[in-house]
Design a protein around this ligand. Sequence first.
Ligand SMILES: CC(C)(COP(=O)(O)OP(=O)(O)OC[C@H]1O[C@@H](n2cnc3c(N)ncnc32)[C@H](O)[C@@H]1OP(=O)(O)O)[C@@H](O)C(=O)NCCC(=O)NCCS
Length: 160
Amino acid sequence: MSEPEKIRYLLALNASITVDPVANVTVRALTTSDVHALAELMLDAYIGTIDYEGETIDEAVGEVESWFDGSPLLDHSYVAVVGGAFVSAVLVMMLDGLPFIAIVMTRSDSKDQGLGRYVTATALVSLSDKGEEQVVLYITDGNTISEKLFLSLGAVPQPS
Ligand SMILES: CC(C)(COP(=O)(O)OP(=O)(O)OC[C@H]1O[C@@H](n2cnc3c(N)ncnc32)[C@H](O)[C@@H]1OP(=O)(O)O)[C@@H](O)C(=O)NCCC(=O)NCCS
């Protein structure tokens, strides 16, 4: 069976992107000591979705470590925290000279509460404040919630 296609999107950073905070949620930039908590969040967020391919916690740790070991934009990558627990995060890095949203993820019991939008918009506004004009991202065709999130933020699919 063929893998679902990943669609490339470009998102222009402009003043229409605003951050809508969620009550009782703290958002902060990521640090290298967040690897394990991010990996646990990743596994919980992806299980049961179109993008889950049976990864283990060790593989999730490896994915987060490889992001930290690559070209992470730590000043523009955020986690939402409630009562000390990670509930949502956005991981941004450089890819071919452009900021690239590598991952957005929200804990399964915290989805559809505005957290994915909160961390993503926080990252986009911080990139814009730094002078970046656009970001790139890829969404698996059929990941309708991610499509909804990013289309509403102004992302435009690119012809393949
Ligand atoms: C995609 C994901 C990060 C969204 O996180 P979230 O915290 O639930 O997102 P929000 O609550 O901010 O909602 C974002 C949008 O999706 C919609 N949405 C969220 N959950 C939904 C659901 N179950 N059904 C329908 N719409 C939903 C919201 O209404 C909102 O729409 P809007 O932007 O038009 O207002 C989350 O579903 C997730 O972790 N998925 C698995 C990982 C993944 O696929 N990441 C994206 C690829 S990197």
